[in-house]
Design a protein around this ligand. Structure first.
Ligand code: NAP
Length: 335
């Protein structure tokens, strides 16, 4: 049997993606076959298409991509299970992050080990669910597991209008008496104010490290500043956590910040995402109405290149969804 899939045969741009019929995969004994209803666009997809940063080609393939079918986040229905699978039954609604399970959600079906998925929130559609696991766990693991963000504290999110920021603000606001500041570009600020950021800063007009304000926690999705600049915006004993962005800065933060003289015990950390670690907890928060994903736009599977282009243009507010099951959808602005 065959299925529809978006294929990447060589490094390049979204124009190198092709929409094709390929063989439907069979699950191994320890795998689950998921009928994909929705996926989304993340930094991973752009990195795989471009083969960048170049050092990632050690994992992605030196001259051509080893990953032929991308798609990090998945939401769908279990169609079949291998004989060793215990946690999932045929017909279960599932979602998750496939980055440790060879990706593959830009297709009608994908196989994954059990650790690639969890049970989908009952109150969200498949499209909404595909917006949660990757960005949601980047935010949750940063704020809860590394920064231990709590009631009464102040938080600044740099790059706050994207996937991590839109979920991070909601996780932060679950604590009492917190103030959250978001930094992003002019066009994102109105949307961020709707998400209940207490203050928004336009990075094209102001530099948050030069405003004389200090925060208990800084969560960064872009890593645009040096550790010494960030220290100016961090309270004594405060903690800075970056999830990614400018890799030169990320390395600087990971390796050099520990040598910076720091009498006031400011801490600098880089999050190494543990995919799906905490997913059931996140599902509970979603089902309790505490976390609602923000959707920027939806594209049917065959229009995945347009979705990637929108992500590259960086004007999205929330997540860009690939609706794999969809037959006809409202058109997006750039179609
Ligand atoms: N740690 C890990 O293990 C791991 C794993 C996977 C991914 N990641 C990383 O996680 C991050 C994902 O974040 P995300 O999904 O929220 O990304 P996103 O949706 O692309 O959002 C990033 C936001 O930052 C804004 N921005 C751009 N330049 C900025 C600047 N100079 N100052 C402040 N804001 C700026 C962007 O808006 P404009 O472009 O309009 O300005 C955008 O709204 C990426 O950095 C990715 O590499 C980490």
């Amino acid at each position: 049997m065959t299925m529809r899939a978006i294929l990447l045969q060589k490094y390049g741009s979204e124009n190198d993606l092709t929409f094709e019929q390929v063989d439907k995969p069979d699950p191994a004994d320890d795998e689950v076959l998921v009928r994909v209803h929705a996926s989304s666009v993340n930094d991973w997809e752009l990195g795989i298409i471009e083969g960048k940063p170049y050092f990632m080609r050690v994992f992605l393939g030196f001259f051509k991509p080893k990953i032929k079918i991308m798609g990090t986040e998945v939401a769908g229905v279990v169609e079949a299970v291998g004989k060793d699978v215990r946690k999932f039954k045929v017909g279960a609604n599932v979602y998750g992050d496939l980055c440790e399970n060879k990706f593959g959600a830009y297709a009608d079906y994908v196989c994954t080990k059990e650790n690639g998925i969890g049970h989908k929130p009952t109150n969200l559609s498949f499209d909404q669910s595909a917006a949660v696991p990757h960005a949601g766990l980047l935010a949750l693991q940063s704020l809860r597991d590394i920064a231990d963000f709590k009631a009464g504290q102040t938080l600044l999110i740099n790059g706050a209008g994207g996937g991590v920021g839109c979920l991070g603000i909601q996780l932060a606001k679950m604590h009492k008496n917190v103030r959250v500041t978001g930094v992003d570009s002019t066009e994102k600020l109105e949307h961020m104010a709707l998400l209940s950021f207490d203050e928004v800063i336009d990075y094209t007009k102001q530099d948050f490290t030069e405003l004389g304000k200090q925060y208990d926690v800084i969560l960064d999705t872009k890593s645009t500043r040096s550790p010494s600049d960030i220290a100016k915006a961090l309270k004594p004993d405060g903690i800075y956590v970056t999830v990614g962005g400018d890799m030169r800065r990320v390395f600087q933060i990971a390796f050099l910040s520990r040598f910076v003289r720091n009498k006031e015990n400011r801490k600098f950390r880089v999050l190494g995402l543990k995919p799906n670690n905490g997913l059931d907890h996140l599902t509970g928060l979603v089902e309790g109405g505490k976390v609602i994903p923000a959707i920027d736009s939806r594209y049917p599977l065959e229009q995945t290149p347009l979705a990637i282009r929108r992500f590259k243009q960086a004007s999205h507010k929330g997540k860009i969804i690939i609706s794999v099951e969809a037959v006809s959808l409202p058109l997006n602005d750039d179609e």
